[in-house]
Design a protein around this ligand. Structure first.
Ligand SMILES: Cc1cc2nc3c(=O)[nH]c(=O)nc-3n(C[C@H](O)[C@H](O)[C@H](O)COP(=O)(O)O)c2cc1C
Length: 208
C-alpha cells in the first residue's frame, strides 16, 4: 500500500511539511508513504501546457495515480490554501488521467494561529470536490499554535493531534485498501448519538 503526502508549502522549515513527515511516522505497518513538495511545479499557463506537459506535473500525476491514497497538508493563506497548492491542483485537474478522481484523500493543516488552518481545509475540500477526489471527512486534523508544537526530531508534542493523525492515517489506509470502505469506522462527531436518537424517534412515530 502506497500513500503520497503533498505539502502545500515550499519553505524549508514549513510546519506543513513537518506535519506530513510526522504523519508518515504514524501510518500502519506495511504502508509506504512518500512526502513530496511542489518546488518544481511551474505556474499554470495554458500556453506552456500546449507546448508540452511540464515533467514535474506528469511525474506528480503518475505518483498520485500509482498511489492507493493521498494526504495533503495545507497551510492557510488569507483564510484559504496556498497559491502553490492551488496551482498544483489546477495542473492535476487538467491531466487526462485525472489522477485524483476517486482517489481516497485525507487532509490536514498546521498554522501558528489559533484556528490551525481550518478555513483553508474548507476551501481545500471544495476544490477537491471539483477534482472528484474522495475526501475523508474525519477525523479532522487541525494543528493550531503549531510553531511551538514540533520537537527537534520532527515529532509533534500535541498528543491529541497525534492520536487524530494516527486515526486519520488508519482511515486512509482502509479507504485505500477497500475503495468502498471510505468513511467507514472513522471517529464519530460528538453530536452524532443525539442526532441518531432524534432520527430514531421520528421513525418510531412513523413519519419517515
Ligand atoms: C500570505 C500569508 C497569509 C497568511 N494567512 C494566514 C491565515 O489566514 N490564517 C493563518 O492561520 N495563518 C496565516 N498565515 C500564516 C501561516 O499559517 C504561516 O506562515 C505558516 O507557517 C505557513 O505554513 P508553513 O509553515 O507550512 O509554510 C499566512 C501567511 C502568509 C505568508
Amino acid at each position: 500500500m502506497r500513500i503520497v503526502a503533498i505539502s502545500g508549502s515550499l519553505r524549508a522549515d514549513s510546519l506543513n511539511t513537518r506535519l506530513a513527515h510526522a504523519a508518515a511516522g504514524l501510518v500502519p505497518a506495511g504502508v509506504e508513504i512518500e512526502v513530496v513538495t511542489l518546488q518544481d511545479i511551474p505556474l499554470y499557463d495554458e500556453d506552456l501546457r500546449s507546448e508540452g506537459w511540464p515533467a514535474a506535473v506528469t511525474t506528480l500525476g503518475e505518483r498520485i495515480a500509482d498511489a492507493d491514497g493521498v494526504l495533503i497538508a495545507t497551510p492557510e493563506y488569507n483564510y484559504s490554501i496556498s497559491g502553490v497548492l492551488k496551482n498544483a491542483l489546477d495542473w492535476l485537474s487538467r491531466l487526462s488521467s485525472a489522477p485524483l478522481a476517486g482517489k481516497p484523500t485525507a487532509i490536514m493543516s498546521a498554522s501558528p494561529g489559533m484556528f490551525g488552518g481550518v478555513r483553508a481545509q474548507d476551501h481545500l475540500r471544495q476544490i477537491l470536490f471539483g477534482l472528484d477526489a474522495r475526501v475523508l471527512t474525519r477525523p479532522q486534523v487541525i494543528v493550531n499554535l503549531a510553531a511551538d508544537k514540533f520537537q527537534e526530531d520532527g515529532s509533534l508534542s500535541d498528543s491529541m493531534a497525534v492520536e487524530l493523525m494516527r486515526k486519520l492515517m488508519e482511515a486512509l489506509t482502509r479507504a485505500g485498501g477497500d475503495k468502498d470502505a471510505i468513511n467507514v469506522q472513522q471517529t464519530r462527531p460528538r453530536w452524532e448519538p443525539a442526532r441518531a436518537r432524534a432520527v430514531g424517534g421520528i421513525r418510531g412515530a412513523g413519519q419517515v
